[in-house]
Every structure is written in structure tokens, then in C-alpha cells.
Design a protein around this ligand. Sequence first.
Ligand SMILES: [Zn+2]
Length: 50
Amino acid sequence: MVRVHCAGCGRDVAIHELETKTVAQRSGFETRYRCPFCHEEVEDVADSFG
Ligand SMILES: [Zn+2]
């Protein structure tokens, strides 16, 4: 299972537990991820997805 480390609360959060939010960008759509515990935006998720 892929997990990401949240810098906000220090938890390791499973990717499927993250809150997702799709935002429109000039280059297309981008999905942002947030920690469900502290709602800090989590980066580098795309790299973890491979
Ligand atoms: Zn967090």
C-alpha cells in the first residue's frame, strides 16, 4: 500500500485516505491532495503513484 508522509501532523497517510480536490489549471486539470486529519496539503503524491 502506498503511503505518503504528512508534514502537517507527521502521520503516514494511505493514498486512498487522502482528500482529493481537482482544480483547473491553464495546462489542464490538476489533482491536489490533502491530509484527512489536519487538512494540510500533501505534496509529491504524484511521484508516489508512479
Ligand atoms: Zn496531516
